[in-house]
Design a protein around this ligand. Structure first.
Ligand code: SF4
Ligand code: SF4
Length: 293
Protein backbone atom coordinates (compact mmCIF):
# COMPACT_ATOMS: atom_id res chain seq x y z
CA UNK A 1 0.00 0.00 0.00
CA UNK A 2 1.49 3.37 -0.95
CA UNK A 3 1.49 5.93 1.86
CA UNK A 4 0.22 9.39 1.20
CA UNK A 5 2.29 12.42 2.17
CA UNK A 6 -0.22 13.11 4.96
CA UNK A 7 0.21 9.57 6.35
CA UNK A 8 3.98 9.91 6.13
CA UNK A 9 3.82 13.20 8.02
CA UNK A 10 1.53 11.78 10.72
CA UNK A 11 4.03 8.94 11.33
CA UNK A 12 7.24 10.94 11.01
CA UNK A 13 6.18 14.49 11.77
CA UNK A 14 6.52 17.19 9.17
CA UNK A 15 10.12 17.89 10.03
CA UNK A 16 11.35 16.23 6.87
CA UNK A 17 12.83 19.51 5.55
CA UNK A 18 11.54 18.89 2.08
CA UNK A 19 13.71 15.83 1.62
CA UNK A 20 11.59 14.17 -1.04
CA UNK A 21 14.24 11.54 -1.69
CA UNK A 22 13.80 10.28 1.85
CA UNK A 23 10.04 10.20 1.45
CA UNK A 24 10.22 8.32 -1.82
CA UNK A 25 12.71 5.86 -0.30
CA UNK A 26 10.27 5.09 2.50
CA UNK A 27 7.23 4.74 0.22
CA UNK A 28 5.91 1.27 -0.35
CA UNK A 29 4.78 1.03 -3.92
CA UNK A 30 1.79 -1.08 -4.84
CA UNK A 31 2.35 -3.86 -7.33
CA UNK A 32 0.17 -1.92 -9.79
CA UNK A 33 2.36 1.14 -9.52
CA UNK A 34 5.51 -0.92 -10.02
CA UNK A 35 3.96 -2.43 -13.15
CA UNK A 36 3.03 1.03 -14.37
CA UNK A 37 6.60 2.28 -13.83
CA UNK A 38 7.96 -0.70 -15.78
CA UNK A 39 5.52 -0.14 -18.64
CA UNK A 40 6.41 3.55 -19.13
CA UNK A 41 8.49 3.79 -22.30
CA UNK A 42 11.95 5.27 -21.92
CA UNK A 43 12.37 8.73 -23.38
CA UNK A 44 15.68 10.09 -24.55
CA UNK A 45 16.63 13.55 -23.29
CA UNK A 46 15.76 16.15 -25.89
CA UNK A 47 15.92 19.88 -26.54
CA UNK A 48 12.81 21.82 -25.48
CA UNK A 49 9.97 22.55 -27.89
CA UNK A 50 10.77 25.80 -29.67
CA UNK A 51 14.49 25.64 -28.79
CA UNK A 52 16.59 27.59 -31.29
CA UNK A 53 19.43 25.05 -31.01
CA UNK A 54 17.16 22.51 -32.70
CA UNK A 55 16.63 24.93 -35.58
CA UNK A 56 20.38 25.56 -35.94
CA UNK A 57 21.07 21.81 -36.00
CA UNK A 58 18.25 21.16 -38.46
CA UNK A 59 19.70 23.81 -40.78
CA UNK A 60 23.30 22.56 -40.40
CA UNK A 61 22.28 19.00 -41.30
CA UNK A 62 20.17 20.18 -44.24
CA UNK A 63 23.06 22.32 -45.50
CA UNK A 64 25.68 19.56 -45.55
CA UNK A 65 23.23 17.05 -47.01
CA UNK A 66 22.16 19.43 -49.79
CA UNK A 67 25.86 20.04 -50.55
CA UNK A 68 26.17 16.31 -51.19
CA UNK A 69 28.21 15.46 -48.08
CA UNK A 70 27.59 12.29 -46.10
CA UNK A 71 27.65 12.09 -42.30
CA UNK A 72 31.11 10.45 -42.60
CA UNK A 73 32.41 13.56 -44.37
CA UNK A 74 31.61 15.65 -41.31
CA UNK A 75 33.03 16.11 -37.82
CA UNK A 76 30.82 17.81 -35.24
CA UNK A 77 32.70 19.19 -32.26
CA UNK A 78 30.44 19.98 -29.32
CA UNK A 79 30.77 21.84 -26.09
CA UNK A 80 29.06 21.99 -22.72
CA UNK A 81 25.46 23.17 -22.66
CA UNK A 82 21.91 22.12 -23.53
CA UNK A 83 23.10 21.90 -27.14
CA UNK A 84 25.24 18.85 -26.33
CA UNK A 85 21.91 17.06 -26.79
CA UNK A 86 22.64 17.37 -30.50
CA UNK A 87 24.39 14.03 -29.94
CA UNK A 88 21.03 12.26 -30.37
CA UNK A 89 19.23 11.39 -33.59
CA UNK A 90 17.92 12.84 -35.80
CA UNK A 91 20.66 15.50 -35.70
CA UNK A 92 23.83 13.75 -34.53
CA UNK A 93 25.66 17.07 -34.48
CA UNK A 94 27.74 16.42 -31.35
CA UNK A 95 30.25 13.69 -32.16
CA UNK A 96 32.26 14.21 -28.99
CA UNK A 97 32.78 16.56 -26.08
CA UNK A 98 36.06 17.02 -24.21
CA UNK A 99 35.92 20.10 -21.99
CA UNK A 100 34.54 23.63 -21.81
CA UNK A 101 35.67 25.60 -24.84
CA UNK A 102 37.31 22.59 -26.47
CA UNK A 103 34.99 22.58 -29.51
CA UNK A 104 37.00 25.48 -30.93
CA UNK A 105 40.56 24.26 -30.35
CA UNK A 106 40.04 20.62 -31.19
CA UNK A 107 37.82 21.59 -34.13
CA UNK A 108 40.92 23.35 -35.50
CA UNK A 109 43.01 20.23 -34.85
CA UNK A 110 40.60 17.98 -36.70
CA UNK A 111 40.41 20.41 -39.61
CA UNK A 112 44.20 20.03 -40.04
CA UNK A 113 44.44 16.30 -39.33
CA UNK A 114 41.56 15.11 -41.51
CA UNK A 115 39.93 15.87 -44.85
CA UNK A 116 36.53 16.09 -43.21
CA UNK A 117 34.43 19.23 -42.84
CA UNK A 118 34.44 20.45 -39.26
CA UNK A 119 31.49 22.18 -37.63
CA UNK A 120 31.96 23.25 -34.02
CA UNK A 121 29.12 24.37 -31.75
CA UNK A 122 29.56 26.42 -28.58
CA UNK A 123 27.04 28.36 -26.47
CA UNK A 124 27.33 32.07 -25.71
CA UNK A 125 28.24 31.53 -22.05
CA UNK A 126 30.84 28.88 -22.86
CA UNK A 127 32.28 31.10 -25.60
CA UNK A 128 32.87 33.84 -23.03
CA UNK A 129 34.23 31.31 -20.56
CA UNK A 130 36.81 29.58 -22.72
CA UNK A 131 36.02 29.73 -26.44
CA UNK A 132 37.74 33.04 -27.08
CA UNK A 133 41.39 32.10 -26.82
CA UNK A 134 41.24 29.09 -29.19
CA UNK A 135 39.45 31.32 -31.72
CA UNK A 136 42.42 33.71 -31.63
CA UNK A 137 44.70 30.78 -32.42
CA UNK A 138 42.34 29.54 -35.16
CA UNK A 139 42.61 32.88 -36.97
CA UNK A 140 46.37 33.06 -36.45
CA UNK A 141 46.85 29.49 -37.71
CA UNK A 142 44.57 30.03 -40.74
CA UNK A 143 42.36 27.06 -39.84
CA UNK A 144 39.34 26.16 -41.95
CA UNK A 145 36.23 25.24 -40.01
CA UNK A 146 32.75 26.50 -39.17
CA UNK A 147 32.15 27.70 -35.63
CA UNK A 148 28.55 28.31 -34.53
CA UNK A 149 28.09 30.42 -31.43
CA UNK A 150 24.64 29.40 -30.20
CA UNK A 151 23.67 32.69 -28.59
CA UNK A 152 20.47 32.10 -26.62
CA UNK A 153 21.13 35.10 -24.36
CA UNK A 154 21.40 33.07 -21.16
CA UNK A 155 23.26 30.29 -19.37
CA UNK A 156 20.38 27.89 -19.86
CA UNK A 157 21.66 24.49 -18.79
CA UNK A 158 22.52 25.53 -15.24
CA UNK A 159 19.25 27.34 -14.61
CA UNK A 160 19.24 30.66 -16.44
CA UNK A 161 22.14 32.69 -15.07
CA UNK A 162 23.22 35.77 -17.05
CA UNK A 163 26.50 35.88 -19.00
CA UNK A 164 28.68 38.79 -20.14
CA UNK A 165 26.68 39.10 -23.38
CA UNK A 166 23.59 40.48 -21.66
CA UNK A 167 23.17 43.81 -19.85
CA UNK A 168 22.39 42.31 -16.43
CA UNK A 169 24.77 40.79 -13.89
CA UNK A 170 24.32 37.85 -11.53
CA UNK A 171 22.72 40.08 -8.88
CA UNK A 172 20.12 41.37 -11.35
CA UNK A 173 21.81 44.77 -11.63
CA UNK A 174 22.50 46.61 -14.86
CA UNK A 175 25.90 45.70 -16.31
CA UNK A 176 27.80 46.41 -19.54
CA UNK A 177 26.98 43.82 -22.22
CA UNK A 178 29.98 42.53 -24.16
CA UNK A 179 29.26 42.11 -27.88
CA UNK A 180 30.12 38.70 -29.31
CA UNK A 181 30.24 40.05 -32.86
CA UNK A 182 32.59 42.87 -31.89
CA UNK A 183 34.95 40.34 -30.31
CA UNK A 184 34.80 38.02 -33.32
CA UNK A 185 35.51 40.91 -35.70
CA UNK A 186 38.30 42.26 -33.50
CA UNK A 187 40.00 38.88 -33.50
CA UNK A 188 40.17 39.11 -37.28
CA UNK A 189 37.51 36.64 -38.41
CA UNK A 190 36.58 37.64 -41.96
CA UNK A 191 33.48 35.45 -42.36
CA UNK A 192 30.88 36.23 -39.71
CA UNK A 193 27.11 36.01 -40.09
CA UNK A 194 24.40 36.63 -37.53
CA UNK A 195 21.15 34.76 -38.07
CA UNK A 196 17.89 33.92 -36.32
CA UNK A 197 18.08 30.11 -36.64
CA UNK A 198 14.28 29.83 -36.68
CA UNK A 199 14.54 31.25 -40.22
CA UNK A 200 15.44 27.88 -41.69
CA UNK A 201 16.06 28.83 -45.33
CA UNK A 202 18.32 31.74 -44.44
CA UNK A 203 20.26 29.63 -41.92
CA UNK A 204 20.74 26.76 -44.41
CA UNK A 205 22.06 29.24 -47.00
CA UNK A 206 24.50 30.75 -44.49
CA UNK A 207 25.78 27.30 -43.49
CA UNK A 208 26.37 26.39 -47.14
CA UNK A 209 28.37 29.59 -47.62
CA UNK A 210 30.27 28.94 -44.38
CA UNK A 211 31.14 25.36 -45.38
CA UNK A 212 32.56 26.63 -48.66
CA UNK A 213 34.59 29.41 -47.05
CA UNK A 214 38.34 28.84 -46.97
CA UNK A 215 39.09 29.97 -43.43
CA UNK A 216 37.50 30.43 -40.04
CA UNK A 217 33.76 30.94 -40.56
CA UNK A 218 31.72 32.09 -37.56
CA UNK A 219 27.92 31.87 -37.49
CA UNK A 220 26.19 33.56 -34.56
CA UNK A 221 22.82 31.78 -34.22
CA UNK A 222 20.94 34.22 -32.04
CA UNK A 223 17.52 33.69 -30.49
CA UNK A 224 16.54 33.81 -26.79
CA UNK A 225 16.12 30.56 -24.87
CA UNK A 226 12.50 29.48 -24.90
CA UNK A 227 12.57 29.12 -21.10
CA UNK A 228 13.47 32.77 -20.39
CA UNK A 229 10.72 34.07 -18.14
CA UNK A 230 8.26 36.69 -19.24
CA UNK A 231 7.96 35.62 -22.87
CA UNK A 232 4.45 36.01 -24.21
CA UNK A 233 2.61 32.79 -25.03
CA UNK A 234 1.76 32.90 -28.69
CA UNK A 235 -0.82 31.02 -30.76
CA UNK A 236 0.04 27.31 -31.06
CA UNK A 237 0.28 25.31 -34.28
CA UNK A 238 -2.26 22.87 -35.62
CA UNK A 239 -2.03 19.98 -38.12
CA UNK A 240 -4.34 20.57 -41.07
CA UNK A 241 -6.49 18.10 -42.98
CA UNK A 242 -4.02 17.82 -45.88
CA UNK A 243 -1.43 16.06 -43.70
CA UNK A 244 -0.31 12.95 -45.58
CA UNK A 245 1.44 11.41 -42.53
CA UNK A 246 4.83 11.47 -44.20
CA UNK A 247 6.23 12.06 -40.67
CA UNK A 248 8.91 14.48 -41.90
CA UNK A 249 8.03 16.76 -39.00
CA UNK A 250 8.23 13.94 -36.44
CA UNK A 251 11.37 12.27 -37.78
CA UNK A 252 13.55 15.12 -39.03
CA UNK A 253 12.56 17.99 -36.74
CA UNK A 254 11.73 15.96 -33.63
CA UNK A 255 10.06 18.80 -31.75
CA UNK A 256 8.64 17.25 -28.56
CA UNK A 257 5.39 19.18 -29.12
CA UNK A 258 4.67 17.11 -32.24
CA UNK A 259 3.69 13.44 -31.92
CA UNK A 260 2.27 10.63 -33.95
CA UNK A 261 -0.60 9.31 -31.84
CA UNK A 262 -3.47 7.00 -32.74
CA UNK A 263 -2.63 7.18 -36.45
CA UNK A 264 -2.60 10.99 -36.41
CA UNK A 265 0.06 13.69 -36.26
CA UNK A 266 -0.81 16.04 -33.43
CA UNK A 267 0.59 19.18 -31.80
CA UNK A 268 0.54 19.43 -28.03
CA UNK A 269 -0.72 22.99 -27.54
CA UNK A 270 0.62 23.15 -24.00
CA UNK A 271 4.16 22.46 -25.22
CA UNK A 272 4.16 24.37 -28.51
CA UNK A 273 6.18 27.60 -28.36
CA UNK A 274 5.00 28.90 -31.74
CA UNK A 275 8.50 29.05 -33.21
CA UNK A 276 6.92 28.23 -36.64
CA UNK A 277 9.84 25.99 -37.64
CA UNK A 278 7.52 23.02 -38.24
CA UNK A 279 5.57 25.14 -40.76
CA UNK A 280 8.82 25.62 -42.71
CA UNK A 281 9.74 21.93 -42.45
CA UNK A 282 6.46 20.33 -43.61
CA UNK A 283 6.73 19.61 -47.36
CA UNK A 284 2.94 19.63 -47.75
CA UNK A 285 2.06 22.93 -46.06
CA UNK A 286 -0.05 20.93 -43.61
CA UNK A 287 0.95 22.83 -40.46
CA UNK A 288 -0.49 26.23 -39.64
CA UNK A 289 -1.29 28.61 -36.84
CA UNK A 290 -4.40 27.62 -34.90
CA UNK A 291 -7.27 29.90 -35.85
CA UNK A 292 -9.74 31.39 -33.39
CA UNK A 293 -7.32 31.91 -30.48
S1 SF4 B 1 5.44 16.89 -42.33
FE1 SF4 B 1 3.43 17.74 -42.75
S2 SF4 B 1 2.40 16.22 -44.03
FE2 SF4 B 1 4.19 15.20 -43.10
S3 SF4 B 1 3.37 14.27 -41.24
FE3 SF4 B 1 4.10 16.28 -40.63
S4 SF4 B 1 2.32 17.64 -40.81
FE4 SF4 B 1 1.85 15.77 -41.93
S1 SF4 C 1 5.79 25.81 -33.68
FE1 SF4 C 1 6.10 23.65 -34.30
S2 SF4 C 1 8.30 23.31 -34.05
FE2 SF4 C 1 7.80 25.18 -32.88
S3 SF4 C 1 7.35 24.49 -30.81
FE3 SF4 C 1 5.38 24.52 -31.89
S4 SF4 C 1 5.13 22.43 -32.69
FE4 SF4 C 1 7.31 22.67 -32.15
Amino acid sequence: MMKSLEEYKSENGDDFKGDLIEIVDKMEFTEGLNQLIESIPTRAPTLCAGCSHRSAYYAAVKAYQEMGYAKEDMIFASDIGCYTLGISPPYETADYLLAMGSSVGDGCGFSIATNQHVMSFIGDSTFFHSGLSPLVNAVHNKNKFVLTILDNRITAMTGGQPNPGIPVDGMGDEAPAVSIEDIVEAIGVKFMKIVNPHNIKKTVDIYKEALEYDGVAVVIARYPCTLIKGQKKKVPMVIKGNCVKCLTCVKTLACPAISYLNDKVVVDEALCKSCTVCIQVCPNKAIGVKKGD
